[in-house]
Design a protein around this ligand. Structure first.
Ligand code: UFG
Length: 339
């Protein structure tokens, strides 16, 4: 460890899935404040170029128990942050056993390895998808867990595993339940690049930019004011900041928080925002519902704000869209063309 910044002792963090969308932004936030970061990523969905040069990238799989042991033995670790997972709700409805098998299997083994190596703090990238059907009211941390998809179920199982890791072994953990992560690093270093892209905001932007013929709206017959699904879009840089703020809370207890903006936006709202920000029309057509999609998912994140002083800087949908647009315009090929 080394002293850096305004008297803060720099930390050392192992980040699984640190080449992915949320993970890479959290790695950037840790590096920006002077921490040492090791990323473990198999690059199945992550990108080498999404790991900023200050971090050490180890290309490897969580299924490789010897590699995980070797890395965890490189003490000291201030915390392990676990992002690596299969993360698409729709995919998980087609292949539930793969989602539950991979996410729960790798997660449980990693948690066990952390305990064996004496790691004291663990951060789980969890999800709003464990709230299933959702509700019209903002969802509180103590709302019943009732996943609407195998993906959500896999994260719920890991949250329970962490509960027992805490009870039996004293591992402190933070389960951070993101609502819809979106946007891009405001400094333009990182963005969202999935292949194939399935997330709404990049797809709407691509339709506006003429990079795809049209957007398919999955269902306009939901019980919502305009018939399309409502989600709580939260800027990925705000999520990254939330991780930094969650870490010191683990000095006193394990925690679980919702991370969202508290604002619900329908698919049609997102289309309108992209049209405002780009000044272009978004060609779209209405299609059938996508299995596993709850009609409404909006967070009550007041508890985290209260516990940590977190305040989303990019709370407005247009601000989220602006940063996403800037990265997509600058990186038409995503990370393939370089950092
Ligand atoms: N949608 C469309 N057309 C598309 C893509 C998406 O209409 O082409 C709709 C979806 O039906 C949904 C909304 O846009 O109503 C958002 O869909 P995304 O695929 O962007 O995101 P999800 O809400 O399915 O899931 C995301 C993450 C999950 C996380 C969840 C938490 O991918 O990992 O947010 O709310 F669990």
């Amino acid at each position: 460890m080394s002293a850096k910044g305004a008297g803060r002792i720099a930390g050392r963090y192992l980040v699984t899935g640190g080449a992915g969308f949320v993970g890479s932004h959290v790695v950037a936030a840790l590096l920006d404040r002077g921490d040492e970061v090791v990323v473990l990523d198999n690059l199945a969905t992550g990108h080498r170029n999404a790991v900023l040069p200050g971090a050490r990238l180890v290309v490897g799989d969580l299924e490789d128990a010897a590699l995980v042991d070797e890395l965890l033995a490189e003490q000291p670790w201030d915390a392990v942050l676990h992002f690596a997972a299969l993360s698409l709700v729709g995919d998980s409805m087609r292949d539930p056993f793969r989602y539950i098998g991979v996410n729960v299997g790798t997660g449980v083994r990693l948690i066990g390895a952390c305990v064996r190596h004496g790691v004291r703090r663990f951060v789980l990238s969890s999800t709003a998808a464990l709230f299933g059907a959702g509700s019209d009211a903002p969802i509180a941390e103590d709302a019943p867990v009732d996943p609407g998809s195998p993906y959500g179920e896999s994260k719920a199982m890991l949250e329970r595993t962490l509960h027992w890791a805490g009870r039996v072994h004293g591992l402190r953990s933070a389960a951070l339940r993101y609502f819809n992560a979106a946007g891009a690093d405001p400094r333009g270093r990182l963005g969202e690049d999935h292949a194939p892209e399935t997330h709404l905001i990049p797809l709407v932007i691509d339709a506006a930019l003429g990079r795809r013929p049209e957007l398919t709206v999955f269902g306009a017959d939901y019980p919502t004011p305009d018939g399309t699904c409502i989600r709580d879009y939260v800027h990925v840089t705000d999520l990254a900041d939330a991780h930094l703020r969650a870490l010191p809370l683990l000095d006193s207890a394990s925690v679980r928080f919702n991370l969202g903006s508290g604002q619900g936006h329908s698919v049609r709202d997102v289309i309108a925002s992209v049209e405002r920000v780009t000044g272009r029309r978004v060609p779209h057509r209405i299609a059938a519902r996508r299995p596993g999609d709850p009609p409404v998912l909006v967070a009550a994140s007041g508890r985290f704000a209260q516990a940590s002083g977190w305040q989303p800087r990019f709370g407005e949908l247009d601000a989220i869209v602006r940063t996403a647009l800037a990265w997509r315009e600058a990186h038409p090929q995503g990370y393939r063309a370089g950092p």
